[in-house]
Design a protein around this ligand. Structure first.
Ligand code: COA
Length: 390
C-alpha cells in the first residue's frame, strides 16, 4: 500500500469459481486461409472480365504467416467448422431451433455455468440472479439470461447486458453491485458465438474470432466458503465513443431494408450487418486507454504494480497485450505475468480475459493479486483487481 492511500475497506464480494465451455472443433490458420483463398480464386475467375477492364479490383489472397505475425492467433475453436470452411458459404451452419428448444447461445452459456457451479459446489438454489454479458445476444427478447436461468433451474432474476469485449468486466462490476444490494450469489455468463458475426470473406478480419462461453460466480464474502475464493479489491469501468469497431445489426434493419437504405447497403446488405473494424486505429486508441485505466486503478486501490502477479487481459491481439502490459509495468511482461490464450482460441470477445483467468491461476498463493481486464468496442474497458483469499 502507498503511504497516501486510505486503508481499503474489507472486501465484501468475491469470485468463488469460473467455468468454461470450449467448442469441439478447431480451425487452424492454414485451413482458414485455404478456404479464403479458394473463395478469392473463384471470385477472381467469375469477375475476370470486369477485372481485366479495370472495373473491379481483384481480391488478394490471405496468408497464415501474416495472421500469426499480425495477431498471434494460430487457431480458433468454432461451433461449426464445415460451414465456415465451405468456400461457397463461409459462415457457420447453426440450424434454426424452434421456440420450444433451448437456443444455441443459451446452450453454451448453460454448459459454462454448469462447469462453474460444479467447481464452486453451487446448486441452482444457491444463486439469486443471472447476468448474460456478451457482445451478441441471439435475439431481442425474452432476455437470454432468463432462458439460461430457466434451463439451470435458478429462482430469482436474469438480465442481459452488452458492452462488447468489455462485457465480462462490466458484468462483474454489475454482479458486485447486485450483491451489495442484497443478493447472495450472482452467476455471470459470457456466451460468445463470434463466428456468426464475422465476415469470413473479409481478408482484413476473417481470422480474428472464435467461439466459446465462460461463467463466473460471485458471492457475498460472509457466505460460508466452499473452497477457492478471490476477493474483489476493486472494479473500474471506462467508455469512450468510437466507430472504429462497429456492427450495424439491429432491430431497425427491417425498416431500413424496406426503405432501400443507402447506396452502400444496397450494394452489400450482408457485410454491413457484420463485424467491421479499423484495426490499426483500434490498436492506437485502446492500448493507452487500457494502460492508463489499469495503472490508475491499481494506484487508487493502493496496490503496487510490482505486487501484481498476473494480468488476465482480453485476448484480441498479442502485441496489443504486450504493449498494455509494458505500459503498466514499465517493462516487458513475461508470459507467466500476462498469459496468452488467443493462440488457440483467437479473439473470443468478452470471454477472453475470463478464459485466461480460468486457465492460469492455480499457482496463486493466498494474498497474491492479479488484474482481470476486458476492452474493445465502444470503446469500452474494465479492470477488476482480485486477491486470492484464504
Ligand atoms: N493476409 C495477408 N496480408 C494481409 C491480410 C491477410 N489476411 N490482411 C491484411 N493484410 C495486409 C494488408 O493488405 C497490409 O498490406 P500493405 O502494408 O501492403 O498495405 C498489411 O497486411 C498490414 O495490414 P493491417 O490491416 O495494417 O494489419 P495490422 O498489422 O494492423 O494487423 C489486425 C491487423 C486486425 C490483426 C490488427 O490491426 C489488430 O489486431 N488490431 C486490434 C484489433 C482489436 O483489438 N480489435 C478488437 C476487437 S474486439
Amino acid at each position: 500500500m502507498t503511504e497516501t492511500a486510505a486503508p481499503l475497506p474489507a472486501p465484501d464480494v468475491r469470485i468463488i469459481s469460473t467455468g468454461l465451455f470450449t467448442p469441439p472443433h478447431s480451425i487452424t490458420n492454414e485451413e482458414l486461409v485455404e478456404a479464403f483463398n479458394a473463395y478469392v480464386e473463384r471470385f477472381n475467375e467469375e469477375h475476370a472480365g470486369a477485372i481485366a477492364a479495370g472495373e473491379t479490383a481483384p481480391l488478394q489472397p490471405s496468408s497464415a504467416a501474416f495472421i500469426e505475425k499480425a495477431s498471434g492467433i494460430k487457431a480458433r475453436y468454432v461451433l461449426d467448422k464445415d460451414g465456415i470452411l465451405d468456400a461457397g458459404r463461409m459462415a457457420p451452419r447453426l440450424a434454426p431451433r424452434g421456440n420450444d428448444e433451448l437456443s444455441v447461445l443459451a446452450e453454451i452459456a448453460v454448459a459454462a455455468a454448469r462447469d462453474a457451479m460444479r467447481a464452486g459446489d453451487i446448486g441452482p438454489q444457491d444463486i439469486d440472479g443471472v447476468i448474460c454479458a456478451a457482445s451478441n445476444m441471439q435475439r431481442g427478447y425474452p432476455a437470454m439470461a432468463v432462458e439460461i436461468q430457466d434451463a439451470l433451474g435458478v429462482d430469482g432474476f436474469g438480465f442481459d447486458m452488452n458492452v462488447a469485449c468489455a462485457s465480462a468486466a462490466f458484468g462483474i462490476e454489475t454482479g458486485l453491485g447486485l450483491i451489495r444490494a442484497g443478493a447472495r450469489r450472482i452467476l455471470m455468463v459470457n456466451p460468445e458465438i463470434c463466428t456468426a458475426h464475422l465476415n469470413f470473406r473479409d481478408r482484413d478480419s476473417h481470422f480474428i474470432f472464435g467461439d466459446v462461453a465462460t461463467a463466473v460466480i460471485l458471492e457475498r464474502a460472509d457466505e460460508p466458503s466452499h473452497g477457492e475464493a478471490w476477493d474483489i479489491l476493486g472494479t473500474r469501468l471506462k467508455t469512450r465513443f468510437s466507430n472504429n469497431i462497429r456492427n450495424n445489426f439491429g432491430f431497425l434493419n427491417h425498416c431500413e431494408r424496406a426503405d432501400g437504405g443507402d447506396a452502400d447497403r444496397q450494394a452489400d446488405p450482408f457485410t454491413d450487418k457484420l463485424f467491421k473494424q479499423e484495426g490499426r486505429k483500434v490498436f492506437k486508441d485502446v492500448v493507452p486507454m487500457v494502460g492508463e485505466l489499469i495503472a490508475g486503478h491499481l494506484a487508487d486501490v493502493g496496490v503496487d504494480v510490482g505486487d501484481v502477479k498476473r494480468f488476465w487481459l482480453h485476448q484480441a491481439n498479442l502485441s496489443m497485450n504486450e504493449f498494455i502490459a509494458r505500459k503498466v509495468l514499465g517493462r516487458d511482461a513475461t508470459r507467466e505475468e500476462a498469459p496468452v490464450v488467443l493462440d488457440a482460441y483467437a479473439n473470443t470477445s468478452s470471454a477472453g480475459s475470463i478464459i485466461a483467468f480460468h486457465k492460469h491461476r492455480d499457482d496463486f498463493a493466498v494474498g497474491e493479486v492479479g488484474v482481470i481486464s476486458g476492452f474493445g468496442a465502444g470503446y469500452s474497458a474494465g479492470s477488476v483487481i482480485v486477491r486470492k483469499a484464504a
